[in-house]
Design a protein around this ligand. Structure first.
Ligand code: NDP
Length: 333
């Protein structure tokens, strides 16, 4: 392993967008560590992904307590790489983590109690070797814990100095507005929502983005490539090294139907006419709405990261291109 020095021109390559009404700017592309950072993948590859991202101005790395596999291992591996490569750059980085899904056995390792969130963040900080995270998220709504308790835990975490800002993920528009009201009254720096959003999953257009704008919140959208489906990679079958090839993984290969591939093929043709890869077009399509602060990509190879980052050369669409895309998407069931 050679010693890492970040590329000097890293800030010339990226565009940054303000996160809602906060003082923080996020890179248009951020890197998520859900896949490709656990113990079942190459540690050196994980390191190269982080280095390539930062060298290109990606200042934001997104984690969660349960990223792996096994749970926790993405944070542990990130911590090792951070210590060796990124310690000197801590103040140039925004590092986030989350809690909300099942993490440890028993009634206190899941959902949204104060006990779970505080204990989980303490564990995350230990695994990553950090004193604080920049953003701490509640990972999903909890139907049985009072929202006041969950938001109170986020507030406490900030007051303890363990997170600078807080966010929520997977909350509906209504839940987000309620959370914003509670946190506003507490004086907690709630700045961001992390929803799922891509060409094939557009639920945020139905009220959430309006709510975020109204509340002065930013957004970082996950699975922008529908876990890889919105690239050309599945057009000729399922590659052995792809996410869909992992048995029991999160991307069920049965989801990739001939009908879906037909639509992907049509989108791919539009992308080619725009001189873009489909991945680039799918990312640019999300960024055309400036209520999307950042697009949270995953990558298993540095070549994918580079392909995706090259979207910055071409973020514009003509009206006709948008109509052609819409015509394809309208048929998505
Ligand atoms: P994407 O939709 O970007 O999918 C990433 C995958 O697509 C890669 O791992 C790779 O898969 C493939 N890919 C990426 N770029 C290319 C390319 N240029 N050409 C071909 N294939 C490509 O995002 P994810 O689903 O990975 O989610 C991103 C992040 O969002 C996560 O890491 C996590 O931080 C966050 N997230 C948050 C959730 C939440 O509940 N808040 C839930 C899920 C994710 P392959 O392995 O096949 O090469």
């Amino acid at each position: 392993m050679n010693k890492y020095t970040a590329a000097e021109d890293r800030y010339e390559k990226m565009i940054y967008r303000r996160c809602g009404k906060s003082g923080i700017k996020l890179p248009l592309l951020s890197l998520g560590l859900w896949h490709n950072f656990g113990n079942t993948t190459s540690f050196e590859n994980s390191r190269q992904l982080l280095r390539t991202a930062f060298d290109n101005g990606i200042t934001h790395f997104d984690l969660a307590n349960n990223y792996g596999p096994p749970y926790g291992s993405a944070e542990t591996n990130f911590g090792k790489i951070f210590k060796e490569d990124f310690q000197a750059y801590r103040d140039e980085l925004l590092i986030s983590t989350k809690a909300g899904w099942d993490m440890w056995p028993g009634p206190y390792g899941n959902f949204g109690s104060r006990k779970y969130l505080i204990a989980s963040l303490d564990q995350s900080l230990k695994r990553m070797g950090l004193d604080y995270v920049d953003i701490f998220y509640h990972h999903r709504p909890d139907p049985s814990t009072p929202l006041e308790e969950t938001m109170g835990a986020l507030d406490q975490i900030v007051r303890q100095g363990k997170a600078l800002y807080v966010g929520v993920s997977q909350y509906s528009a209504g839940q987000t507005a309620k959370a914003a009201e509670i946190l506003r009254n507490l004086g907690t720096p709630f700045i961001i929502h992390q929803p799922r959003y891509n060409m094939f999953d557009r639920w945020v257009e139905d009220g959430l983005l309006d709510t975020l704008e109204k509340e002065g919140l930013g957004s970082i959208v996950f699975s922008p490539l529908e876990q890889g489906i919105l690239t050309s990679k599945y057009l000729d079958g399922i590659p052995a090294d792809s996410r869909a090839a992992i048995e029991g993984g999160y991307l069920d290969k049965n989801k990739i139907t001939p009908r879906l591939l037909e639509q992907v093929e049509q989108l791919n043709e539009i992308a080619q006419n725009c001189d873009q890869s489909l991945a680039q077009m799918a990312i640019a399509w999300l960024l055309k709405d400036d209520r999307v602060t950042s697009v949270l990509i995953g990558a298993s190879k540095t070549s994918q990261l580079k392909d995706n980052i090259a979207v910055l050369q071409n973020l514009k669409f003509t009206k006709e291109e948008l109509i052609r895309i819409e015509d394809v998407l309208i048929e998505v069931v």
